[in-house]
Each structure stands twice: as C-alpha cells, then as structure tokens.
Design a protein around this ligand. Sequence first.
Ligand code: GLU
Length: 264
Amino acid sequence: MKSISDAKRIVVKVGTSTLTYASGRLNLRRVETLVKVLSDLKNSGRDILLVTSGAIGVGAGKLGLPERPQDIAGKQAAAAVGQCELMYMYDKLFADYGHVIAQVLLTRDGVDDPVRHRNIVNTLSELVRVGAIPVINENDTVATEEIEFGDNDTLSAQVAVLAKADALVLLSDIDGLFDENPQKNPNAHLIPLVTEIDDDLLSIAGGSGSARGTGGMITKLHAADIAFSAGIPMVIMNGADPTKLYDLVDGEAVGTLFCKEETV
Ligand code: GLU
C-alpha cells in the first residue's frame, strides 16, 4: 500500500471497543502497545494525530455503571469522567516514550464556523510543528445534537482534512469492510480495496457495530466519503493488534484501503 507507506502525516482513530473490555475498563495491554507503536512511528519521522473514542465507555466503567448510559446527561457525565481517565493514561504512557501529548476537544460547530475552523487548523498545525501528538475527541460533555459530529469515525475524517493529513487509519474491532456481515456469514470476504463509494457499498454496511461504541460500518463509509473528497487514503483495520500498523506503513496489505486511484 504505497499510499500509506509514503504518508508523512497520519491520523489514527481508535474506537471504544478496541480500547476497552466489555466492562468499560481500559484494555491496558492494547493501549500500551498502541502508544508504543505510535511513539515509534513518530520517532521514525511521521507526524501522528490520535483521534480517540472511549470517554463515555471508560467513564461508565470507572463509575461502575452496569451499562453505557442512554440519556444525554448520563452520557455527558460519563464522558467528563472518562475523558480525564483517557488523557491521564495517554499522558503517562506517551511520556514513557518521550512524547508530549495535547488534548483537543472539538464540536462540529467549530468546524462549520469559519473563524473557529481557522483556529482549529492553526492549532493542529502548531501542535504538530512543535512536535506534540494531538489527542482528539469530540467534546462530549457539551456536545448536543445540533453541534455534535455524533461519531468519531466522522470526526477523524474531519480531523484528517483539517490537519492536511496524508492518510487516515481507523482501528476497529473488525478486520475491514466485508462483502457481507462476517458475524452472520462465516463465508463473508474481506474487501481489500475500495476505489469508489457507491450505493451498493453503502447497502452492505449495517448500523452500530457494538454496544460500547457508537460507530459501525456505515459511519466508517461516511468517513471514507469525506476522506475521498479530500483525496486522503483511508484504511479500516483491526485494532486488536496495534503492531499491525507497522505492516501497514511497511506497505503490506492490511484491512481495507479506500483510495481513489489504485496505488498499491
Ligand atoms: N466521543 C465518544 C466517546 O469518546 C465516542 C464516539 C464514538 O464511539 O464514535 O465516548
């Protein structure tokens, strides 16, 4: 995958189901591996921006709630707790590898408003310039329907555009895009390359992927659509083993690549 191995600036998005166990507690082995790999990729000369989910899930886990809250106040309260925990962990782990992180919390109105849009672009660019790793999430504690991105797949594609990234990688709990639902059909095939997002493709994507996150394949295709329009190649791959990111940047075929032209 030449388009990814050549990428200097990479946005990596990690989903709640990759970061946490079913209890909502952090999967520390995975988070540690992810942070180590991203630190190493940064050491190799790439700019890394991390879009993280998990605020609501981790907050619910930390509060000992039996399940992810459904009401807005419950979600916003859980996010306030979980965002703290996430940043505490990221800060601690990235610091172990000598990297500085920066918390960036966004809402959609900030992207839509021209002045705030410019500020976000400038801030992200400055953070990368000074060598920090921006760790980005939706500002869930204040985001309501009118101003929210709604899911971090969409957010990460917007961030890739705002940060003028060369590639976007979505780490998910699935190996990539399949021609049928692999949970229902064991004969489903992974689609390695998508060069066009059409209605047929949208029809094979279902709704929300798991009880813990808010995304699913459909939100990933929306993200791919945004990335496509900006000419940014995007990959969906399994985040269970973050070291597979090395294979990806080494040019191996991993997951599903969404790319307008075939540059494999
Ligand atoms: N921003 C949400 C959170 O941190 C996640 C949204 C998503 O899973 O797409 O909990």
